[in-house]
Design a protein around this ligand. Structure first.
Ligand SMILES: Cc1cc2nc3c(=O)[nH]c(=O)nc-3n(C[C@H](O)[C@H](O)[C@H](O)COP(=O)(O)OP(=O)(O)OC[C@H]3O[C@@H](n4cnc5c(N)ncnc54)[C@H](O)[C@@H]3O)c2cc1C
Length: 372
């Protein structure tokens, strides 16, 4: 069965896709927009610390009241045992004395999709875009429920890898490392553990922990995939033994905590799509570029890129003006270059294990990126 054609289909309803759909409705209300999301926003979602400047972006998107009505926890900054075994507190490095949030990610992403629906976006949940093919009259997207959607323009917001547009020749993925997160969740009595996001470096990578609004705590070991294999991080006993041996501060934050839910492994490599937009598509959020989670910038960056992409796509479709599409491509590249410089400075601050492979890779200034 084929549905009526839309002007825009957004594939993926994370922060990037939802921001794009919301901003399109505000910027070019004459365009019809559908958003297709694979999940029902249940299950474990990784990435939970939202820095203070997100408040302005949420206001711009018109979702601040809905966000404030949710039960996300205030976050007052990051404590980092980085370059030294004694943690120092960061007050959100660039945003002193401002408050961020520890998010319930499922609730946050679901709220954004609800808001998009309320503004006239057709939101299709629990449905995966299996493939996107170009036909003479635009895109044909095959969905996991058997339907086909037609659209003039495709926004790929499916997250890291930009699978849909890359399958159709859109851009090459340039990756700079093999970082992955080996994540476990814990239930903890109220007031247990540190209220901050806590980062603790060790010889083969770094750990982080943060409290979650639902009485749980997330703990992740971040290292390169090949190093993780040697550490057997996918095995529960090895993960716990490494935590106890290498991260005393993160370990201590688990007082009285009981493991809860399934472990999650997520790629967390830094990379970008060397062309983040084509004549009839654009990639947003992690689909356009991924930042090392050390930056805690991924969600904010996804929201912003969704807004910029919506302006570019709206001008193209409503006015035939493609200047925004060119600006967007240049913006993604510039933003990623800036992130790489900050990342290099941050990793240079940890000099306790210069001979270890994880740190050696990050300190090597002229590391060649790989094309995937
Ligand atoms: C271990 C780890 C920790 C992190 N910690 C933080 C943090 O503390 N703070 C922070 O800001 N960022 C953090 N990040 C990064 C952050 O999670 C991402 O940058 C952010 O989620 C990107 O949003 P997005 O909308 O681009 O992609 P995603 O959040 O990945 O959303 C993509 C959406 O597309 C859907 N989807 C995928 N394929 C399809 C398909 N074919 N059809 C339909 N739907 C599809 C998915 O279900 C998902 O809802 C972390 C990342 C990792 C890996």
């Amino acid at each position: 069965m084929t549905d009526a054609a839309r002007d825009v289909v957004v594939a993926g309803g994370g922060p990037g896709g939802c921001a794009a759909a919301l901003a399109l409705r505000a910027h070019a209300p004459g365009l019809s927009v559908a958003l297709v999301e694979a999940s029902a926003y249940g299950g474990e979602r990784v990435g939970e610390t939202l820095p203070p400047p997100a408040a302005d972006v949420l206001r711009h998107l018109g979702v601040w009241e809905a966000f404030a009505a949710q039960a996300h926890h205030p976050a007052y900054g990051t404590a980092a045992a980085w370059g030294t075994p004694v943690p120092y507190e960061n007050d959100f490095l660039y945003h002193v004395r401002q408050v961020g949030w520890h998010l319930d990610r499922g609730a946050f992403d679901g709220m954004l999709a609800d808001q998009a629906h309320a503004r006239g976006v057709q939101v299709v949940r629990e449905t995966r875009v299996l493939d996107a093919e170009r036909a003479a009259d635009g895109w044909r997207l095959s969905l996991s429920d058997g339907r086909e959607l037609r659209a003039r323009f495709l926004i790929d917001a499916t997250g890291a890898g930009a699978a849909l547009v890359r399958r159709r020749g859109g851009g090459r993925l340039v990756v700079h490392d093999r970082l992955a997160g080996f994540v476990r969740f814990f239930r903890q009595p109220a007031g247990g553990g540190t209220p901050h996001t806590l980062v603790e470096a060790f010889a083969d990578g770094w750990w982080y922990t943060a409290p979650l609004p639902d009485g749980r705590r997330v703990v992740a070991c971040m290292t390169d995939t090949d190093i993780a294999r040697g550490l057997r991080l996918d095995e529960e006993a090895a993960w716990h033994a490494l935590l106890a041996a290498s991260a005393p501060r993160v370990s201590a934050s688990l007082a009285d905590a009981v493991q809860d839910g399934e472990p999650v492994v997520r790629a967390a490599r830094s990379g970008w799509l060397d062309a983040a937009a084509g004549p009839d598509w654009i990639a947003v959020g992690d689909a356009a570029s991924t930042f090392d989670p050390l930056s805690s910038q991924g969600i904010l960056k996804a929201l912003r890129s969704g807004i910029y992409a919506a302006y570019a796509a709206g001008d193209l479709l409503a006015k035939g003006d493609d200047a925004g599409m060119h600006r967007y491509r240049a913006f993604v590249q510039r933003e990623f270059d800036g992130f790489l410089r900050t990342r290099a400075r941050y990793y240079a601050d940890e000099a306790r294990w210069p001979e270890r492979e994880f740190w050696r890779r990050r300190h090597a200034s002229a590391a060649e990126p790989a094309h995937v």
